[in-house]
Design a protein around this ligand. Structure first.
Ligand SMILES: [Zn+2]
Length: 219
């Protein structure tokens, strides 16, 4: 059975998820704080291996501490949407604006092309291109388990900000509408910050999704 663990990490309370496969292979999503070092050491103690680190988008509170995991699991690959890899060097140090220091710059290992499906053992992970909050935001969807990791695109009762450099409000609207169409209502939504929810719950109560479904602009 595939297990999913949630750890809240870092200065901005990022949800760092572990997807633990039956083979003891582990995928990490969003290494957003220094605690990932402790998490990775525990994974190792438990006899498991982090093989891949999937990043939802290039903001420092989702990417920057991946290096600490790679120091423990040297073969672990860091994945990020191709469009976000282009802005990563420029925005890597944004933490400085919040007086937050992070590890030094490092390149990702693998770039995710738009709307591809990755296979990890028998697990299929669909990478849904979700621009708006950043140009290369990616929603990771476990279709068989009906679980979606939505990063800073969709939160419980809210959506990601679109007022930072490289945001695009129009793209955000298209992305959100697309997600409401392709993710079944029973899909568990595991966001980049805050509590989990479901797509059905958000469609019926998230004010932004309700406005979009009525054809209204939300920005
Ligand atoms: Zn973000």
């Amino acid at each position: 059975m595939v297990k999913i663990e949630t750890h809240v990490v870092g200065p901005l309370q990022t949800n760092c998820y572990l997807i633990i496969l039956p083979s003891n292979r582990v995928l990490m999503i969003d290494p957003g704080g220094p605690e990932v070092e402790i998490i990775a050491k525990q994974v190792k103690t438990d006899g498991q291996i982090i093989s891949d680190i999937l990043v939802t988008h290039a903001h420092f509170d989702h990417y920057n501490w991946g290096k600490l995991v790679k120091n423990i699991f040297e073969k672990a690959k860091i994945w990020i949407g191709e469009e976000d890899s282009k802005i990563l060097p420029e925005i890597f140090d944004w933490g400085n604006n919040f007086n937050i220091s992070t590890p030094q710059y490092f390149d990702p290992d693998e770039l995710i092309q738009k709307n591809t499906t990755l296979e990890f053992d028998n697990l299929s992970l669909t990478c849904i291109d979700s621009p708006g909050h950043t140009p290369g935001s990616t929603v990771y969807f476990l279709k068989e388990m009906k679980v979606a990791f939505t990063g800073d695109v969709l939160f419980k009762q809210s959506i990601g900000r679109t007022d930072f450099p490289f945001c695009d409000p129009g793209d955000m609207e298209s992305t959100l509408l697309h997600l409401t169409k392709i993710l079944p209502d029973e899909t568990r939504i595991l966001p980049g910050h805050g509590e989990s929810t479901s797509m059905g719950e958000e469609k019926s109560s998230n004010p932004f999704l309700i406005s979009l479904s009525r054809g209204l602009n939300i920005f």
